[in-house]
Ligand binder design. Structure first.
Ligand SMILES: [Zn+2]
Length: 346
């Protein structure tokens, strides 16, 4: 497929931001459809729970059907928690990542990742309910997985120079366990081949779409912000309002993100592009307040079964699924075509 065709399919040539749901591109519609499906069919995707395994199976089938070499990578992990009587408990469990590969020829690798598990709540731990079924996790993170699947579909036939790896991470909510397990099973040489990790997490509720670099890699080398800068330039050229963390909180420097699976890669010295929607200008300026919308008390839908679901979020944010999917895809598809060498960078 020519670039012109790809951009036309994505609506780049015909759709100015904000795209309304009515004229969403087929790729954006596909992403939104996957978001709805994952949230509705696999609620309660807690690490180690049956729903997490079922969701992994679904993702495996989807990615294989696009022609990717796909494997499920099981790993043992645990979480610990403290009861009211101050006794620390540990729970051992098995979670899994789904890894889909499109081989390149350069020896370099780009990882595109999104976690598919949902949060384990303290209440469920205290009640002994393992595998609580309430939390749909539409924003966090069916949204990121939906966009990842749409990107995988669009890039399946691209003439990439670098290997692409799409990774759906399990057990993120236990402390980035899936991304840590993924990196742990790579050799030092394999880790050094990864030139960029793009992480997609929580793309809906937040007021603004952000592109951030990694704290450590950026501090060590300003070039680690190249993908972030390219994403912002593409957004500007498409008239999409996308930003970078303004750095209002001292713990979260300007231009860097935090708190999702990209951190594991940043710690390993790999440049990252963290894609998320939130509002870094609200609350403590720490990125934990997603929105000024008064109908979302506290400004956040994270880990809230009453809001982060298909009944409530689309009602509060009409057209948001297709719009955010479209904005993310219109920026990330050209970015990944360039970064993978499928087409020359400008
Ligand atoms: Zn998340």
């Amino acid at each position: 497929m020519t670039l012109h065709k790809i951009l036309a399919v994505l609506g780049v040539l015909s759709c100015l931001s904000p795209c309304m749901a009515a004229d969403a591109s087929p790729a954006a519609e596909r992403a939104a459809r996957e978001m709805r499906y994952i949230a509705s069919q696999f609620p309660g995707r807690l690490a180690g729970a049956e729903r997490e395994f079922a969701a992994a199976e679904y993702l495996h089938i989807q990615l294989s059907s696009m022609g990717y070499q796909t494997q499920t990578q099981a790993f043992d992990t645990e979480y610990s928690y403290v009861f009211a009587n101050n006794v620390r408990q540990r729970r051992l469990l098995q979670s899994r990542n789904v890894v889909a590969t499109k081989p390149g020829v350069s020896g370099k690798v780009i990882v595109i990742g999104a976690h598919f598990d949902t949060a384990t709540t303290l209440h469920e731990v205290h009640e002994g309910v393992f595998g609580g079924e309430q939390l749909q996790g539409l924003d966090d993170n069916a949204s990121g997985v939906g966009v990842m699947l749409a990107l995988a579909r669009e890039l399946a036939d691209a003439p990439v120079q670098h290997t692409l790896k799409f990774v759906a991470f399990g057990a993120k909510e236990l402390g980035l366990k899936g991304s840590q397990a993924y990196l742990a099973q790579l050799s030092a040489t394999e880790r050094s081949q990864i030139v960029l990790m793009v992480n997609l997490d929580s793309l809906l509720t937040g007021d603004v779409l952000y592109f951030n670099a990694g704290q450590r890699t950026l501090a060590a080398n300003p070039a680690a912000g190249a993908a972030r800068d390219r994403a912002l330039a593409l957004a500007a050229s498409l008239a999409i309002d996308a930003r970078s963390n303004p750095g209002l909180h001292p713990d979260y420097p300007a231009g860097t993100g935090c708190c999702s699976d990209q951190e594991s890669f940043d710690k390993a010295g790999i440049p990252v592009l963290a894609v998320e929607a939130t509002n870094w200008s609200l609350g403590k300026g720490d990125g934990y307040t997603q929105t000024a919308l008064p109908d979302i008390p506290g400004g956040s839908s994270w880990h809230r079964p009453d809001i982060d679901n298909l009944q409530r979020l689309p009602q509060l944010l009409p057209g948001r699924l297709e719009q955010r999917a479209g904005d993310s895809l219109r920026i990330l598809l050209p970015l990944l075509l360039e970064a993978s060498g499928a087409r020359p960078a400008p």
